[in-house]
Design a protein around this ligand. Structure first.
Ligand code: HEC
Length: 92
C-alpha cells in the first residue's frame, strides 16, 4: 500500500524530492506536469492509480516501451517514493 501525506504544496515538495525524480523530471517535471502533449500529468493523480500503472509498465501488462524501460529499473521502494511524491502535488 501507498501512504500519502496530505497538505504539502509544490514548493515544499520540490525542496525535498526523492532523487529518483531526476529520472522522471525531463518528461513529467518535478511539478508533475507533462512536458509535451504525449506525456500525462502525474500531479495530484490518485496514488493507487499511479502505483498500478507503474507496476503494469514494469511487468509489461501496460505496453509503452519508454515507460517500460524506466519502470523495469525501479525498485518497489522507488515506486512508492515517486508515487507519494507525485500524488500529493497540486493537480495542474
Ligand atoms: C522519456 C520520457 C519519460 C520519462 C523519463 C518518464 N516517463 Fe512516465 N510516461 C511517459 C509517457 C510518454 C507516458 C504515456 C504512456 C502512454 O501513452 O501509455 C508516461 C506515462 C506514465 C505514467 C502513467 C500515467 C497515466 O496517467 O496513466 C506514470 C505513472 C509514469 N509515466 C510515471 C513515471 C515515473 C515515476 C518516471 C520516473 C521514474 C517516469 N514516468 C519517467 C514518458 C516518460
Amino acid at each position: 500500500m501507498v501512504t500519502v501525506a496530505a497538505g504539502r504544496d509544490a514548493k515544499s515538495q520540490a525542496a525535498n524530492y526523492p532523487t529518483i525524480i531526476d529520472v522522471c523530471a525531463p518528461c513529467h517535471g518535478t511539478d508533475g506536469k507533462g512536458r509535451d502533449v504525449e506525456t500525462p500529468n502525474l500531479a495530484g493523480q490518485s496514488g493507487i492509480y499511479l502505483y498500478n500503472q507503474l507496476m503494469a509498465f514494469r511487468n509489461g501488462t501496460r505496453r509503452h516501451p519508454p515507460m517500460k524501460g524506466i519502470a523495469r529499473d525501479l525498485t518497489d521502494n522507488e515506486i512508492k517514493a515517486v508515487v507519494s511524491y507525485y500524488a500529493i502535488l497540486p493537480p495542474p
